[in-house]
Design a protein around this ligand. Structure first.
Ligand code: PMP
Length: 390
């Protein structure tokens, strides 16, 4: 069978395995799955039933590639509340944030185009961009966001077209980009003529501290495409995300969405719109924050109590992930092989575009119960201790 050349060059992303449900008896810190007990099932059921019963003839029809206007208006209001000045007219609704990344890749990346990603980064962004064969430049993530000194050198030395960043509770390290770095990044974008993709699905899930201004708000030169999603704040099964961009880019991205799938599901958009009409999304998110804050604290405390001193354990202010950095000579794939009957996680190997580093691990704390987190984190810490002494 003859495939397109780029297919042979790509290795499998393993994303599907990541999102699989844990096996019996296993505690999974692997996939970034929300807690299903927090899905507003009854309220969504009402929203979807009403969509069909009250406007079946329109919601079962085609709508538009930009997405159902009343829902775009509600998404814009939601974003404005958290400091992202999007409007119904700047937004396009997508099949999850993932489709937004794919369409952005389609718009900007030729084979060999220089794309800067954080190291480590979101594996799904690499999977989306890989289809367009970029040349990746990796900039390390520090506790206050990507290393601006290294980014500057990269953009001075290479003709960079796109910088992809997750500035709020980064996937996978959980870090937040500081205000100074946000300003530096925007200044570099203007000076060296590149676009920034601000991928922010975790932005609302802050458990302590104060929300940073978004890159989208700080940007006055149309350098930022903001990407977001209902996946982490409502449900990933809805497959509803968005991007916000300047009018020229938006027109092109809408065109590309037409080619990809014509439009997102009209029924889905109307059901969610009804849900948002009848319920308080901010109050729902507050519930998530309280539950996830407790899980995060349990994870960090259990790990810090049981881990050897030379393993760095992050203590994130929000999001889904705790990051463990082991000494650089350690291989977390080997550790995973030892403990995967009891506990799983994502080894850092697949989270780097280039120069893979095997010594980190991403632990998602949102899906397991508090009891499971205590058990899984203790087993994991003991496995790491044994691997380091053995
Ligand atoms: N971006 C980031 C940083 C993510 O973590 C995820 C989900 N894991 C996505 C995008 C894709 O999310 P969605 O379900 O909205 O497609």
């Amino acid at each position: 069978m003859q495939y397109a050349q780029r297919i042979d060059e790509q290795s499998s992303s393993n994303l599907e395995a990541l999102l699989a449900a844990p096996k019996a008896g296993q505690v999974s810190f692997a996939g970034g799955l929300p807690d299903p007990d927090l899905f507003p099932e009854a309220e969504l059921a009402t929203g979807f039933a009403e969509a069909i019963s009250q406007s079946g003839d329109t919601c079962l029809q085609y709508n538009s590639a930009a997405g159902y206007l009343p829902l775009r208006e509600k998404v814009a209001q939601h974003l404005q509340r958290s400091g992202v000045p999007a409007t119904a007219d700047s937004l396009m609704l997508t099949q999850g944030a993932q489709q937004a990344l794919d369409l952005i890749g389609r718009l900007f990346i030729d084979p060999g185009t220089n794309v800067v990603v954080e190291g480590p980064t979101y594996a799904g962004a690499l999977a989306a961009f890989n289809a367009y064969q970029p040349h990746y430049l990796t900039v390390p993530v520090r506790p206050d966001g990507m290393d601006m000194g290294i980014l500057k050198t990269q953009v001075q030395q290479h003709d960079v077209r796109l910088v992809y960043t997750v500035p709020d509770f980064q996937n996978p390290t959980g870090t937040v980009m500081s205000l100074t770095k946000r300003q530096q990044l925007l200044a570099l974008a203007e000076q060296y003529d590149f676009m920034i993709v601000e991928d922010a699905p975790y932005r609302d899930l802050r458990y302590k501290g104060v929300t940073m201004p978004s890159l989208y708000e700080l940007d006055h030169k149309d350098r930022v495409i903001h990407v977001g999603s209902f996946s982490k704040i409502l449900s990933p099964g809805l497959r509803l995300g968005w991007l916000s961009a300047n009018p020229e880019l938006l027109t092109r991205l809408i065109d590309l969405k037409n080619g990809a799938d014509l439009e997102s599901s009209n029924l889905m958009m109307r059901g969610i719109d009804n849900y948002l009409q009848a319920n308080d999304l901010s109050a729902h998110i507050e519930q998530l924050r309280q539950s996830y804050a407790r899980k995060c604290q349990t994870m960090v405390t259990t790990l810090q109590t049981n881990l050897p001193g030379n393993v760095q354990c992050s203590n994130p202010d929000g999001g889904f992930f705790v990051w463990l950095q082991l000494p650089r000579n350690m291989n977390t794939e080997t550790i995973l092989a030892t403990c995967s009957d009891d506990v799983t996680f994502v080894p850092s190997t697949t989270l780097y575009a280039s120069g893979a580093d095997k010594s980190g691990m991403r632990l998602a704390f949102t899906n397991p119960s508090v009891t499971e987190i205590k058990r899984g984190a203790a087993i994991l810490a003991n496995t790491i201790s044994r691997a380091m002494t053995g």
